[in-house]
Write a protein that binds this ligand. Structure first.
Ligand code: GLY
Ligand code: MN
Ligand code: MN
Length: 429
């Protein structure tokens, strides 16, 4: 691991919260993610299953976590199975977890080699009445690839057809959105690395640079700070490209007079940060660009102030829509007739602001969530309004990551330059 390990008290605390949600006589199983192939003998970089990570801290392939709070053998109430390491593996792949290191990382006392799984699981399964299985139930998940959890579900149900089965996802959707202090510290660290990247490019941008050169500057700064790199595919979009919401080619030249929209965040210890900033290629915004920039900034500040315990998700988005409507009127992009005649299901502002304002963030950039409950202390959400005007070759989006506190917010990106004048000053200093 490139990052400094998170203290195992996080995982001990997370498991203690998790077991409170299980029905009696239940066994829960979490599988690690697979190593995904590319071609020939190539593999993609490993990315752990976030639920397994959340409950164990184990960032290694071929690992299984079993939790069975009422197991008669106390040693079997929490078990971690990891792949048996060897001198041969150490020579070819490097250090892997041995049993002592696995306990240190997770706080779990019972560590078995993966080869013991089938036999141990059988003894637990016949003692349990119900089995909780995991599945990616993210609202927008569209994965067609079978995961290790998916394969396990098929095998387990075939082998134990008469057990009761339950879903883990609804429990994880309640637990993971509320971050504890160690998670906030880690997310703050990811945001701080992103800040370093942004300050670096403020000195780098000038007419003629290529978008991918800016991407490379961010990447350099992230990697030298123990990040594995971008938390998601970065968007470096100059001029008109900023109006293409998922522009990721990043292959155009940045031209004098244009604005560059950069939606970029580092990951640290598997936690994501997600920032968007817009900067003028020539170091100064035009009056019109600044007018649009400040309109987006006002909506961002207004939206942020609504991130308090008790706010309802849908009402929040509707309120932000009204703020945006008023700004678009001020900018002359909408008129009163368009608003009077608008379809409430597809309001007029959506012509210029067509995406959501906020999403949860954590181990996933678009973190799992439970929209049925209002905001509560400890949630971290992005705030990311935008105005996109293709006819002016201009797209402005501003995005910070904000934690909800007992009586307000704590902005994890409060130190990243945001005001238009501050950005201009830094680019011209
Ligand atoms: N970077 C992805 C997003 O802003 O949601
Ligand atoms: Mn975002
Ligand atoms: Mn973003």
């Amino acid at each position: 691991m490139r990052y400094h390990a998170i203290d195992n008290s996080l995982y001990i605390h997370n498991r203690a919260n998790f077991v409170k949600h299980l029905k009696p006589k239940s066994l829960a199983v979490f599988n690690s993610n697979d190593m995904m192939p590319t071609n020939a003998d190539g593999l993609m970089p490993f990315r752990q299953n976030n639920d397994l990570l959340y409950l164990s801290g184990v960032d290694q392939e071929e690992s299984i976590l079993v939790i069975f709070p009422e197991a008669t053998n106390p040693k079997h109430r929490e078990i971690l199975f990891v792949k048996e390491t060897s001198e041969l593996i150490a020579i070819w792949e490097g250090e892997k977890l041995d049993k002592t290191a696995a306990t240190k990382q997770s706080g779990i006392q019972t560590i078995y080699w993966l080869t013991d799984f089938e036999q141990v699981f059988h003894t637990l399964a016949i003692e349990a009445e119900r089995i909780y299985l995991n599945q990616n139930e993210h609202l927008r998940a569209s994965a067609i690839v079978q995961t290790c959890d998916d394969r396990f579900r098929i095998d387990c149900k075939a082998k134990y057809p008469d057990h009761e089965y339950e879903r883990l996802a609804p429990i994880m959707n309640v637990l993971r959105p509320i971050k504890s202090q160690l998670e906030i510290d880690t997310m703050q660290h990811a945001c701080d690395i992103t800040e370093k990247g942004f300050r670096r490019i403020l000195e780098f941008v000038k007419p003629g640079v290529m978008e991918y050169e800016i991407e490379a500057e961010f990447s350099h700064e992230f990697l030298r700070n123990r990040s594995r790199g971008f938390a998601y595919t970065p968007i470096i979009a100059s001029g008109y490209n900023a109006c293409v919401l998922h522009y990721i080619e990043n292959n155009m030249e940045c031209k004098a007079g244009d604005v560059i929209l950069m939606d970029v965040g580092s990951e640290y210890a598997n936690y994501a940060s997600d920032m968007t900033r817009c900067v003028p290629v020539s170091g100064r915004f035009t009056d019109r660009q600044k007018e649009v920039y400040n309109a987006v900034l006002r909506v961002m500040k207004g939206a942020t102030s609504m991130l308090v315990p008790g706010t309802d998700h849908e009402e929040y988005h509707a309120e932000v829509g009204k703020m945006m409507e008023s700004e678009l009127l001020g900018l002359g992009l909408l008129d009163k007739t368009a608003i009077a005649n608008q379809d409430p299901l597809n309001p007029a502002y959506k012509k210029y602001f067509m995406h959501g304002t906020s999403h949860h963030i954590g181990l996933d950039v678009h973190d799992i969530e439970n929209r049925a409950t209002p905001f509560v202390e400890g949630m971290v959400l992005t705030v990311e309004p935008g105005i996109y005007i293709p006819s002016e070759n201009l797209g402005i989006r501003l995005e910070n990551d904000v934690m909800i506190t007992k009586d307000g917010q704590h902005d994890l990106m409060r130190n990243i330059p945001l005001e238009a004048e501050e950005i201009e000053d830094l680019m011209n200093s």
